[in-house]
Ligand binder design. Sequence first.
Ligand code: PNS
Length: 165
Amino acid sequence: MTKIGVYPGSFDPVTKGHLDIINKALLVVDHLIVAIACDTTKTPLFTAEERKEMIEFEINHTLGRNKAVEVKVFEGLLVNFVNSCGSSVIIRGLRAVSDFEYEFQMSCMNTKLQPNIQTIFLPASEKTHFISSKLIKQVARLNGDIKDFTSEFVLDKLKSKLKNQ
Ligand code: PNS
């Protein structure tokens, strides 16, 4: 039986940290759906379609058009989306102990809403654990160098988005 996992997030924009988690997730599930949430507590810089385009580009270029990964945008509750995908596994990355409280709370809420759904936490690699979309946007806004944290494709999208703001 194919084990399907859902990796949800804002991905605003996708970073090398997210790609690290996607690679690790493929070691534990057969098929991974990277799920871009429309409903989050954050106000995104990029539209959901722009975020999807960037993730798809990254997957095609760094994972070599991996058929085991697809990217979808979803609205509403994550657990409903996970169910609709025929999955019961949510994948989330943990960068530091400080992430844990928020992640633990979300995983408990999701399991309370849908008891068949469990969250698997994957640790970020030592090379990426300090990378976040929020920080790279801040560094880029202040003209700092972010090329180690994301790809040139995303970097260009970020520059032009910030210029047109
Ligand atoms: O990358 P983020 O912003 O930390 O991801 C948060 C995300 C998208 C996983 C969370 O906001 C979410 O699941 N949103 C969908 C709406 C939902 O189900 N909310 C209740 C979560 S307990």
